[in-house]
Design a protein. Sequence first.
Lengths: 599, 392
Amino acid sequence: MAFNFNWSPLIADTDRVREMLTSSLNKSPKPPIIVDDILVNELNLGSTPPELEILEIGDLAEDRFRGIFKMSYTGDAYLTLKTRVQANPLNTYLSTKPAFARPEPVAASSGLTIPLQITLSDIRLSGFVILVFSKTKGITLVFRNDPLESLKVSSTFDSIPFVRDYLQRTIENQLRILFMEDLPAIIHRLSLRMFNPEYQTAEAQEPRIDDTEQRARVPVDPFASPSQQAADGFPLSGNDDFNLNTPNDMYASFSQKNMLRLAALNESQRTLSLFTPSIRDAVYRAWASAADRDLATGTSTPVHRPTTLSRIQSTLGSQSGWSSAASQTSDASSHPTRPTLASLQSNPSVYSLSTNASRPRGQRKKKHRVVNLRKNKDGERDVGSDMASLSSGYTESASRSASGSAGPSISVTEPSSPPISRGREGEISTPPRSPRKKVGFQQDNTVGGDREATIRGRPPLTPHTRHNWQDEDTEKTPRASMILPDKPADEQPRPQRQELPRMHTLPSRPTLQPHPQARPSSSVRQEKGHVSRSSSEVSLRNLAPAAFNSDPGSSGGILEQAWMMKMANEIAKRVADEKTRQNVWSPEGEGEAPPAYVS
Amino acid sequence: MLEFMDYVQAAFHAQSRWNVDNSYASLTTTAYNLLDFQIPQGLQLHVSSLSSPNFATSYTLGSRGVVDGSLSFLYSSLGLTVPSQSSDVRLGSLVRGYRHIKELQKPDELYLNEIWHAGRRVDRKDALLYGRLYLPTSTLEAMYLRRISPTRLLRLNCVSDDELPNGGSILALLRNDYAKYSTEYLYSTDSALLGIRGLYNFGYDPRNPEQQPSTRPPAHPWDHQNGRLSAGAEVYFSPMNKSGGVSCGLRFATLPIHSGFPYTMTLTVNPLMGNLSGTYSVKAGRDLSLSSRFDFNVYSYESDVVVGMELWQRKRQSPDTVWAHKLIRPDWQKPDEDVNGVLKARMDNNGKVGLLWECRAKELLVSLGAAFDMKKRDKMLGSVGLEVSYST
């Protein structure tokens, strides 16, 4: 198991942290000397990461983690606060007194408010951190002792020694409270927002105007929103995709094996059969989870989805090699900028993450994802805006890291959606930029076609089973048949897009729909969405636990993003290789029939 | 609108011949009444009674989200003979508006207060005791007023509350009024705040028998001979937290002899904090007063403007006596007839508007107020309040 501790993405997403700090500082009743809101003006986490030493790992699983770290920080982070203070001591004194026994001066208490800017720098921290991570409950981070060692406070009143000392003293005390009480709450809320879609909706409701402008221009890093797109490996291509959760939910929560056992148990009471299933399996939770693990290795494949499952298995087989390669490369490339735990002097034993550990969790993963998507059912648009807001402060580092290794993927993805992308914006055709867009993580909420490109960019990841190609074709078919190459995809009415693939694809994929009568009429895309998701989801998702478990500091989501980014680059390289080898897709396909129909 | 207990307390001051205006603390009373009037919040009901000239009770029931209330009792050793029924109380003495400065009176001689009976002196110094218990917060307020001498008044204000440091605080205030000048010494147990306030009146000194107040009619409406200029200062110091405050001020107010429209100007300066505050209040008509205040801070360049007005609604004269009023000579000093209601309004440069309508409705005194914030488009109405008082 390896812990990849990535510091630079943590630096990038400070906008949200700033907002949360601001609201946290203004939440509690302020002392009367502060007459205005406290505004977090500047927050820079610096380039030096804190040093972490693993002391104890109490619980370790894919979706939960509990451990104790020793943290010491001597970095160059700084924080600038702005507020206005009341300079008249009599004014603040009187404001706390009961009106009845107040001296009521005529003008001696008249106020003088002074803008105050405080910069906190040279923060030295050292302490024991208890980190508890649970996928559903977010991250709980508690300092066991007071971590603040020293800190330098510089303010507008540095020339007045009395005020300076007072500020230094007060702020140190406040920071101690912040570290011990407020920071855990902030981190908890941040993590909830990242992992739990219920908390994301509120922010998704308010896309900022400048954000929308930026979104139209700048390709946004996809990994800023891990839980939405990359982590779930589920390209958000249409609203109707969400309906597919229902069957998934069924066989994710009620496993076949458990059902069988329950049925056996039930029947054993009805009949006089001497066979009694052992009660232990039904009672002890530990046993149940062990059984769950057994189940995932293939003992109970849900009967109604044989093709999907088999493809998962085959995908896993090839993924294991990939993921390890990806983790190695990410480790190697991140040495200069991202010190892992191994690069610190804490001398931990570096465990390599085994995909075996995460493979059996495929079932469970799906369960989480199901919850996730259902919450976002009401609007894909919201999801998109949320992703953009997530990554708004993140584009700089994202573009840096993405452009470095994404070159090979140009040739892969460019042909997949040439009409749409060219008709929409000219910049897409420029090669150095397109990879980020074409790899499939381009965030653009106005163009639906781009999301569809994300689907098409993925399939080469999986071994080229026949179904997989068919899936891609269902996506492509509507556009080819409509012959609206220059029109942005989002202008096409949605019902039309949903009808067309259905007509074309239903005959070609009968095996994929075991219960066609139970599906709504627009279920084709769900089906397709599921297939493509299951292929890519496994590939990316298998690696996610590593990021979660190795999460030492503040936010597993950010780490996960870094992981995903590395993975995506690696995948893109793979895809490029495959493409050059097979040359399956060629840019001529505007009016031509997609491969599935040719074959 | 003054609460009933404050009304009784004011009656005590008046009856014991204490000039509340001759103090630095009341330098800006007029502007305060016109610009900083209290707007009731929520619903409040007062039931009060001056059951005997010496004893008053008042009950308050309020609802600002939660229901709260208070019980208050007052004892005065000086029999107070003021109208107490809410239908009789002069609205002008309950609603404080433009404050007319009276001509200074010479303080009473000591011997005038002496009452001898059978060779023994039996007079007692006037005192007032007041207590108020707030529920459900269990805050207790107590006040003790004592006229130590004709020129001296002692006031003790005590508050007992769990939430206060040390469980409460006491403010002691000693006032000396020598007509020509007045001094105040105060001490607060809270962080041991000490304070001194002083006011000096230029011009006429009532203690000097040769000097008489100017009686000649003003030569023109702007003749300042009929006004009084006062200067004062205050100093506060708290030895415990080594902080303090200073301010000084000037006031010019016209006296009743002034034939033009009455006006009051004040200028207060806080030299430590660089705060300048000027007010100009004018009684533009019989029923209208206007006031404005300009605040400026020379250090932070922050400024503030507030304007306010006060409009009195007179009782319509009954048609039966209109002919008689017409025959009265114009310069005849009519006894101040009562008014029906008062409208107060203020507005500042931050778009904050306050409105207050106080009137007598049947046997009740009603005070209805609202605060608006014009800057907030979505939530303009800040607070609304209704206060109903009944007293016997």
